[in-house]
Structure formats: structure tokens, C-alpha cells
Design a protein around this ligand. Structure first.
Ligand code: MG
Length: 502
């Protein structure tokens, strides 16, 4: 390796070790930390974040990165060096465009906005949140201006989470998805088939559930010698490094699926983190590509695999054995239909596979307009409710169940929502390709053999780190650009069967 590239690598690996400590502290805060530790822990984390930021902005203090960037532009670097320099430059360039004063102000404003948002949601009072939201939006527009963009200021924000994706591309692919979903949902709603989760209600001791969740995560390939599964209020995945990946879930005593879906979802994220290259730790060669690609890994396991007939052909007898009441009285057919039942509802995080993306599309359309400045923020509740009725056929009864339900905007996470749906689309496209390439895949799943799925994902996605952009990877693996047709036909096939549609 080129001497300068070697030096750069040392610098970014060192920063990654500090970032590992920060990740571990975050996990600890959500899972283990005693109550009284909150204030001092916040200070510890702030000091660590400042240290990391300083080390990061110092990367190019002697012109090392800039020189390497010149070599990259002249095509003078080897393959791995070129990827490391290209991606480090990408992150660095964005970072240095944002002055420290701006970053500090954004952190303060969003921190305040988050606590006001929680209060406003509690009191169902949008007017309380409005001035804080306005301030956050003003700063995010400023961020877009500082970072720079060609067409829409929303491009500059979307790019943080889905590098390279343009607003028009997202709008087109999500528009196609919406055109399919709205009429399809109407068909489902008019079907006579109804499936109610109530038939699952029972008493499921948490200890017993935890063991079952662990056994499922382990069976699909999550390595418990390089990871853990714990409890937290909101499920998440924290990759400390590929040999230490922490996932969490949450449990309800009367509902066994509340935890299971999250466990499989987070295990999917965890499998991505565990299968990044340990040898290349700390460099872009061992980092995930984008939020959308990360989400594709969780959705593929949670939905495409984890809510399939074959998956439960294997796991249902095991679930019945653990929890004979109520499952001994529920046959496999009713069980499968019920875990996949479609029920339009107000809350995104409780949505099924069909309605979930409509929740996202609604948010994407609104936040795009907010950042492009075509919406008066005072009008948000009205705009939200009117779109909601158009898409779901439901009247939103309160802002707490509507525009105030998600934390994202208070945190300044504009551009983040679409990655959830992009994840579903990537997942469907990857899964369709995988089905063509692994003979007898469904049969293997029904026998509890998940090794080939895991290997396929390792080989085609995980191991590359940020070698390819998301569009380039998709093209390489599936031979096509991103479009919604794979997702649409997956949904159509599955739900026509469940709801006996013609
Ligand atoms: Mg996720």
C-alpha cells in the first residue's frame, strides 16, 4: 500500500476505535446504565464526541487527505486505497462544509425540540411544537445550502442517509409504489376474509419468550459468540465491531409477536454488522453502504423470510411446543394468515407490510415539501390528515396519532424516512434474485436451513463494505436498477392468496 494511504488508514482506524467506545456507551445507556448516571454520562459522551470530531477534522491538517484525493483523481491509487480515499473524502468534505458554530446550534436546537415534541405529543398540542419545528427546519435548510445541491435542497439531506440517491429518483420509485398500494389496499379492505390477532392472546412468560427469541436469532445465523440480544425500550442494533454486535428487542407478556418481529428485524441488521470485514475494521471497506441497504437486510429477514409460510412451517411446531396455549387450538393456515393480516392504522411502527410504505410515502412527500419551502408549517396537521384520509381511508382523530407521532423531525432527521421504504424495495429485489440463484430455497427454509441465505447475503452484500454505491451494488447483484415492481409483485402474490382476491 502507498505510504500516504497507509498513514490515512492508521488515522481513520484510530478514530473508529474511539467511535467503538462511543457505540458501546450508547448501548450501555439504553440497556444497562443505572438511572442516576444520566447527567455525568451525557458529559462523558459529549467529551468523547468532541475528541472524535477533533481527530476527524484533523485528518487533513497536513494535507494528507487532499494529496491522496489528487492521486485518486489522477487514477494513481490501487483498488482498496482508492475506495478508502474516495469514501473518506466524501464524509470529510461534508463535515468541513458545516462550521462548528452551526453544528453546535443544531445540536442544541434539536435537543430542546425533542423534549418539547415529547410534551406536545403527550398533550396533543401541535402549537407547542410549531416554533421549535420551525427552528429545526430553518437550520436543516441552512445545512442543505452549506452542503450544496444541484436541484432540490432535499437532495443534500437525503444524501446523508442514502448516498448518491436524488430526490427525483426517490420520488419516482415511491410514486410507483404508491400507485400500486392505494388501490391494492382498497381491494384488501373490501375482502370478506378477516384475521384478528386476538386469537394469539395469552400469557407468555418473558423468560420463556427470551429463550425462544434467542433460539430464532441463532437459527437464522446471528452469532452469539460475536453478539448479544438484550431488552430495551426501543429495539436497535449497535455494531461495536464485527466481533461484537449488540441487538435488542422488547417484550409484552400477552403478545408473543411483539418481540419476535423486532428480534428477527434486528438480527438481520446484526448479520450485516457481524459480516463486515474484521480485517478492514475502521475503514470504508468494512462499513455499511447506506441506511436503505442496512434496512433491506433487516426487512428481508423480518418479512420476506420471517413472515413466509415456509419459515413458519419450520418454527410453528417449535412455538406450539413452547406455548401450547393458545397455539394448540390455532392451525398453521390460520396462524400464517393472522401474522400477515392487513389493518390500516394510525401508527407507523405498528403497521403491516402492505400499509407500512404508505406511512413512509406520506412523510416523504410532506418533508420534501417542507425542505423545498412549499408548505406553511402551520398547515402541517391539516395537510397530514387530508393525505392520511386519501391514502388509508381513515380520519385522524388527534395530532398525537397523526403529525406528532414520530420523533424524527424534532431530531432534524429530514431525509431519513424514505430509507425505510427503499429498504423494503431493495429487500424484495435482492430476495427475488436470491430465489433464482439458490435452488430449492423455499424447501430449505421450511427445513430450517438458513445457511445459504446467510452466505448469499455475506458474499453479495456484506463483505463489500462501501466498495460500491447502493445503485452500483444493486445493479451488480440483481442486474437492474431500483424499481418497485419486485416489491409490488411480491405483495400482490402473497396477499391475493391470503385475502382470496381475484
Ligand atoms: Mg431497522
Amino acid at each position: 500500500m502507498n505510504k500516504n494511504a497507509e498513514k490515512l488508514k492508521e488515522r481513520i482506524v484510530e478514530i473508529s476505535h474511539f467511535a467503538s467506545i462511543a457505540s458501546l456507551l450508547e448501548w450501555d445507556q439504553e440497556v444497562m446504565m443505572p438511572k442516576k448516571a444520566v447527567d455525568l454520562r451525557a458529559q462523558t459522551s459529549a467529551h468523547l464526541a468532541a475528541l472524535i470530531h477533533k481527530k476527524y477534522t484533523d485528518i487533513d491538517s497536513d494535507g494528507l487527505l487532499s494529496d491522496l484525493k489528487k492521486q485518486l483523481d489522477k487514477d494513481e491509487l490501487g483498488r482498496d486505497e482508492a475506495i478508502i480515499v474516495r469514501e473518506t473524502w466524501r464524509d470529510f468534505e461534508r463535515e468541513i462544509k458545516l462550521p462548528e458554530k452551526f453544528v453546535k446550534e443544531l445540536a442544541e436546537v434539536t435537543s430542546k425540540a425533542q423534549s418539547i415534541w415529547a410534551e406536545a405529543r403527550e398533550k396533543n398540542d401541535f402549537s407547542l411544537f410549531l416554533p421549535h419545528l420551525s427552528h429545526v427546519v430553518k437550520l436543516k435548510k441552512e445545512e442543505a445550502r452549506l452542503v450544496g445541491y444541484e436541484n432540490s435542497p432535499y437532495d443534500a439531506l437525503l444524501d446523508t442517509y442514502e448516498p448518491g440517491m436524488k430526490t427525483v429518483e426517490a420520488a419516482e420509485v415511491l410514486g410507483d409504489l404508491k400507485d400500486f398500494l392505494i388501490p391494492f389496499l382498497k381491494k384488501i379492505n373490501s375482502s370478506k376474509e378477516k384475521w384478528d390477532h386476538k386469537i394469539f392472546r395469552g400469557n407468555f412468560p418473558i423468560e420463556k419468550q427470551m429463550r425462544f427469541n434467542e433460539s430464532v436469532a441463532q437459527k437464522i445465523g446471528f452469532d452469539f459468540d460475536a453478539g448479544r440480544l438484550d431488552k430495551s425500550t426501543h429495539p436497535f442494533t449497535q455494531g461495536i465491531h464485527p466481533h461484537d454486535v449488540r441487538i435488542t428487542t422488547r417484550y409484552k407478556k400477552d403478545n408473543v409477536f411483539y418481540a419476535l418481529g423486532s428480534t428477527i428485524h434486528e438480527a438481520g441488521h446484526g448479520l450485516y454488522e457481524q459480516n463486515l470485514s474484521a480485517k478492514q475494521f475502521g475503514t470504508p471497506l468494512a462499513q455499511s453502504i447506506s441506511m436503505g441497504i442496512h434496512e433491506s437486510q433487516s426487512r428481508l429477514w423480518e418479512n420476506n423470510v420471517g413472515k413466509s409460510r415456509e419459515f413458519w412451517k419450520y418454527f410453528y411446531p417449535k412455538l406450539k411446543k413452547e406455548f401450547p396455549t393458545p397455539f394448540n387450538t390455532v392451525n398453521a393456515h390460520d396462524f400464517y394468515n393472522t401474522i400477515n393480516s392487513v389493518q390500516p392504522s394510525f401508527i407507523r411502527t405498528e403497521a403491516d407490510e402492505v400499509t407500512y410504505n404508505l406511512h413512509i410515502i406520506l412523510r416523504f412527500e410532506i418533508e420534501k415539501d417542507i425542505i423545498e419551502g412549499t408548505i406553511d408549517l402551520k398547515e402541517l396537521p391539516r395537510i397530514w390528515n387530508s393525505k392520511f384520509e386519501d391514502y388509508f381511508g381513515l380520519k385522524v382523530p388527534s395530532d398525537s396519532l397523526g403529525v406528532l407521532q414520530d420523533i424524527h423531525w424534532s431530531c432534524g432527521l429530514f431525509g431519513y424516512f424514505p430509507t425505510y421504504s427503499l429498504g423494503n424495495l431493495y429487500a424484495a429485489q435482492f430476495y427475488a434474485t436470491m430465489n433464482k440463484q439458490i435452488p430449492g430455497l423455499k424447501n430449505k427454509i421450511s427445513k430450517g436451513d438458513f445457511t445459504e441465505i446467510k452466505h448469499w447475503l455475506n458474499k453479495n452484500i456484506h463483505i463489500h463494505g462501501r466498495t460500491y454505491s447502493a445503485p452500483a451494488l444493486l445493479k451488480k447483484v440483481t442486474g437492474e436498477t431500483l424499481h418497485s415492481a419486485y416489491f409490488n409483485s411480491y405483495i400482490e402474490r402473497k396477499y391475493k392468496d391470503i385475502y382470496k382476491l381475484t
